[in-house]
Design a protein around this ligand. Structure first.
Ligand code: 5GP
Length: 112
């Protein structure tokens, strides 16, 4: 399967990892839009939030707890941060492997 993030999972493409366990990996976005911009992904290939299946329930819960822990290590817990997952064309998803952007380290705007 020709998936960029699967290649990151398999270390075929280098990344700056900040967390990894059996099920998930978090790494710095290559093109950060804020001082803190980390991507958290499941190792299992799931194309987007729309493709999460009932059997992924435990994995997605695990991913959220790992994301919470990463946020704590990124020192954005007190100042606040944003978690985003883009889906499809209007969501401007560019990599079709489920990922959550953890963005923070500055005051974020909320404008379209
Ligand atoms: P999307 O637009 O699909 O929500 O987010 C994809 C993200 O992946 C973008 O923020 C982009 O900068 C990031 N990205 C794309 N290619 C790479 C890469 O090779 N390495 C890393 N670390 N991030 C990447």
């Amino acid at each position: 399967m020709d998936c960029l993030f699967c290649k990151i999972v398999n270390n075929e493409i280098p990344s700056k990892k900040v967390y990894e366990d059996e099920h998930v990996v978090a790494f710095h976005d290559i093109n950060p839009i804020a001082p803190v911009h980390v991507l958290m992904i499941p190792k299992k290939h799931i194309s987007s939030l729309l493709a999460i299946a009932p059997e992924d329930k435990e994995l997605i819960g695990h991913l959220h707890l790992a994301l919470q822990n990463v946020a704590k290590t990124m020192d954005v817990k007190d100042s606040g941060f944003r978690v985003i997952t883009n889906i499809g064309q209007h969501g401007q998803q560019t990599v079709f492997h489920l990922h959550y952007h953890l963005i923070g380290g500055k005051q974020l705007e909320w404008k379209m």
